[in-house]
Design a protein around this ligand. Structure first.
Ligand code: ATP
Length: 299
């Protein structure tokens, strides 16, 4: 069974001499919140434009739900590439009626449903012009939700919002994901991807640096390095120390992996001493998400 919602295969896009995408491939699993992460100009919007069929690729292909793009699959995808042009003098309800008439997605009842999901029911009859930026963005998401699509595609969904607006959109994305919707979102914010996404593809200058689950890709742990005269004996002792997630040998030392912030050097030292071992090395290397991200993007 193919559980990929979107499969991108060797996509290349040239704008004249500019190579915006240089052969990228990855799969987006069903039910994931998939972050496409990268600095400005790395090719995120180009990727989304191609898979949403608003841009033509130079070469390569992509499959939605294991099939080539067609109008049936398109109905299962809601997208928000840029803020839609809502009418300023009309209410949210009237704006969504117009969107629905154009897109032919869902039915009348859907309008109240999507306004409820994005928490705009109370203000549904207010004019669009009276909305805050955050409310405007939520209305745009409501428009993408019409017809109850299986997949939502967002380009930088929190761009330009204040902290409250950002938090509301992130909560909304999590809520949508909990209901089983697959969400694909471009972001240049590591912090956002870490907070919201289950999976990530990291891009740089049109290439894919790495892709996978956030936990796998953005290692978030303390690495404690220890050594003593007898490494075998040391390994035997420390493997039973509480909280050790993984034990690796690196030349003449051992690396103990802990969940970030949970390692305690004094306690490790005491534990080894009680078990008959004198350590001649005890240091911690903390690899934050940020460090990992910079390591990936600067290399
Ligand atoms: P941003 O976050 O700034 O939108 P991005 O990661 O989405 O960046 P893209 O917008 O996909 O990146 O751009 C990738 C590269 O392609 C950049 O070098 C950009 O300048 C170039 N590019 C994008 N659109 C065009 C275009 N219409 N004509 C020429 N070059 C383009």
């Amino acid at each position: 069974m193919n559980t990929s919602v979107l499969s991108i295969q060797n996509l290349v896009k040239h704008y004249g001499n500019i190579k915006a995408l240089d052969g990228i491939s990855y799969d987006i699993p069903k039910g994931s919140v998939y972050g496409i992460l990268g600095p400005n100009g790395s090719g995120k919007t180009t990727t989304l434009g191609i898979v949403l069929n608003v841009l033509n690729q130079t070469s390569g292909s992509y499959l939605w739900f294991g099939k080539p793009d067609d109008t049936t699959t398109r109905k299962q995808i809601g997208s928000l590439l840029e803020t839609p042009n809502f009418y300023h003098y009309l209410s949210a309800v009237d704006n969504l009626k117009i969107t629905q008439a154009i897109s032919r997605r869902g039915n009348k009842e859907d309008i109240d449903k999507v306004l409820d999901i994005v928490n705009l029911s109370q203000r549904k009859n207010s004019k669009f012009s009276t909305y805050s930026l955050g409310m405007k963005q939520r209305l745009a998401i409501a428009a993408a939700l019409l017809g109850n699509p299986e997949v939502l595609v967002f380009d930088e969904p929190t761009n330009g919002l204040d902290p409250v607006g950002i938090a509301e959109i992130r909560e909304l994305i999590k809520k949508l994901a909990q209901n089983g919707t697959t969400i694909i979102m471009a972001s240049h914010l590591l912090d956002e991807v870490e907070k919201v996404c289950t999976h990530v593809a990291i891009m740089k200058k049109g290439t894919l640096l790495t892709a996978g689950s956030v936990n796998e890709v953005l290692v978030n742990e303390d690495i404690v390095e220890v050594s003593s005269e007898n490494l075998i004996q040391l390994a035997d002792v420390v493997k039973n120390y509480t909280g050790v997630l993984q034990l690796k040998q690196e030349q003449n030392k051992l690396q103990l992996y802990f969940k970030i912030g949970t390692s305690n050097l004094t306690d490790i030292n005491n534990y080894c001493f009680k078990n008959g071992i004198t350590l001649n090395l005890l240091t911690i290397k903390r690899k934050s998400l940020e460090a990992k991200f910079f390591e990936l993007t600067n290399n």
